[in-house]
Structure formats: structure tokens, C-alpha cells
Ligand binder design. Sequence first.
Ligand SMILES: NC(=O)c1ccc[n+]([C@@H]2O[C@H](COP(=O)([O-])OP(=O)(O)OC[C@H]3O[C@@H](n4cnc5c(N)ncnc54)[C@H](O)[C@@H]3O)[C@@H](O)[C@H]2O)c1
Length: 313
Amino acid sequence: MIEDLVTGGAGFIGSNLAARLVAERGAVRVLDDLTTGHRENLGPLGAAAELRVGCVTDAAILADAMRGIRRVFHLAAMVAVERTVREPVEAERVNAVGTLRVLEAAHAAGVERVVFASSAAVYGDDPSLPKRETMRPEPISPYGVTKLAGEHYLRFFAREHGLRGVSLRFFNVFGPRQDPRSPYAAAIPRFLDALLDGRPPEIFGDGRQTRDFCPVEDVVDACLRAAAAPGVGAGEAFNVGRGAETDLLQLLEWLAEGVGRAAEPRFSSPRPGDIRRSVADVSLARERLGFAPAEPLGEALARTARWYREHRR
Ligand SMILES: NC(=O)c1ccc[n+]([C@@H]2O[C@H](COP(=O)([O-])OP(=O)(O)OC[C@H]3O[C@@H](n4cnc5c(N)ncnc54)[C@H](O)[C@@H]3O)[C@@H](O)[C@H]2O)c1
């Protein structure tokens, strides 16, 4: 009996979450249209991961995928900020309407709880740090706008229909299976790919922009906690990060050290929609979800560097 559905489960975070669900509960269902995800990401899980290829805006596919499901982890999205800047209407369709459809289908199927992958992007470029959930969200990209809309829809469904839901505002997630080759790839897999190839890693901007880098294992842990914690589910939003601010030059140095190469970056123009600084206050998630990342960042980065060295295609 499959009781967990992961939308976007063939992607980076989703496939790590699917693996953990299989380890804990024996089976998982995945709904993914494979736009940025890969079937191979679920390969190691064999028949324990039931992949349905389809779009989260399709009500019929969703209704079918929700059969027997108790917990939904909604991760499917247009994830590249830059692409949402160029294609805001499509971003709205996939991210906002897609979330609405997932909530409608979950409600109709009697799902117990929905965990929604929101983002630090909802905060925008407000210079006040660290980011706290009580701050006024002011997204500066269609990506952030659509994630914020998703959060509001979760709250609406909780209030109006009693559907239990939790939004998690992921900061910068890294770890195994993050795609280094996409034109929108995140810094860590791109840096590692370049370092291992002996190419100069490309930094957009001056490298002094900061992020709160969080290992995917911690994010998966936060998802499971959000799906089970008592006393939450009214559509609350929680930051999920490490609470540590790291700039890209520092990050590159650590990664270069990890793979034993020199960090000699090439600088190019900043990406549209990118924010300057970001770091989370994670005390609310610690308090209400029991979220407590333990592994030092340097160790998690070294572990990721080893994984890329061993698994490069
Ligand atoms: N990686 C991060 O640092 C980060 C930070 C904040 C939030 N998030 C959120 O976490 C979630 C997972 O992100 P990720 O980094 O694993 O990205 P990813 O691109 O690896 O995963 C997204 C998955 O969703 C699938 N998908 C896209 N559109 C779909 C659609 N219309 N129907 C069905 N499936 C669709 C893709 O094929 C892919 O497998 C996303 O919602 C993203 O916005 C990620």
C-alpha cells in the first residue's frame, strides 16, 4: 500500500526524499513530468518507487495519483528563477495553478497532510537578516511570487476545507543528484563540475553574494517532520536552512579544497532576479518541528564533493 506521493520526485530534492520514504515505509509514488527531473534518479529504488509521468496541472492525472495517499509532498515546480523571469505566465501556470490543483486533488482524496516546497525567494531582497517568518514577504521574481501564492493557497485550503498543510521555505539546498549541466544549475554542482573538469568555475557577479547552504538530507528530514509533527498543519510556513551565511568565494574555496584543486573563478554578469544576501533564522522550525541539523557544513560539502567525483556521467 503506497501512502506517500512526491510530486517532482524525479528531481534533485524529490528523489532524495523518495529514497528516504522507501527506506522508512517501503514504497513511494512519484508524479513528475520529467522536464528537469530524470527517471534515472529513481533507478536505485527499483519497483519501490512508482513513477507516474504527468503534469501537476492535470486534474485527472492528479486524482488518479492521489488514490490511497495519506501524505503529499509537493515539490514539482518551475525552479529556475531566471526562467520564471522570462516566462512569468508559464511559471504561474506550473507553480501557482499546479499547487492549487494539487491541493484540490488532495482535499478530494481525503489526504491527511500536504507539505509544500516553498522558497527563501519569497523574502525578496530586503536587506534585513536573518530572514524570519514574521517578516513581510516581498518577492522580486515571478518564482518568488508563485511560491508565495502557493503558501497562501495552502492556508486557504486549511481554513476553508480543513486540509492540513505546511509550507517549507527552503534556502540553498545541495547534495547528491543536483544537476550540474542545466543552464540554470545551482552554484555547488556547477562549481564541482568545473573543478573536476579542470575548468575555471563561473561566478555570476562579484562572488560576494551570500546564501544559506543546506544539505539535502536536512531538507528531507524537515519534510518528514513537517508531515508528522503534531500541532502544525494550518498552512504555517517554516524556514529550512542552516542559519549560516556563506559567500560564493568562500564556498568555492571550500569545494576546491575538498577536491584538491585551485579555486580560480571566472566572473560574469549577475543573473536577473538573483538576490544579494540570504540567511535563515531557523528557530521556528527547531521549536515547532524539532528540526536540528547537526553535521557541520564543511563535512556535508566534502561528502557532496566525494559523491560528484564518484558519480560523474
Ligand atoms: N534546490 C533548491 O535549492 C531549492 C530552494 C528552494 C526551493 N526549492 C523547491 O524545491 C522543489 C524541488 O526543487 P529541486 O531543486 O529538486 O529541482 P528539480 O528541478 O530537480 O525538481 C523539480 C521536479 O519537478 C518536476 N516538474 C517540473 N514541472 C512539473 C510539472 N508541471 N508537473 C510535474 N512535474 C514537474 C521536474 O521534472 C523535476 O523533477 C521545487 O519546488 C523548488 O522550487 C528548491
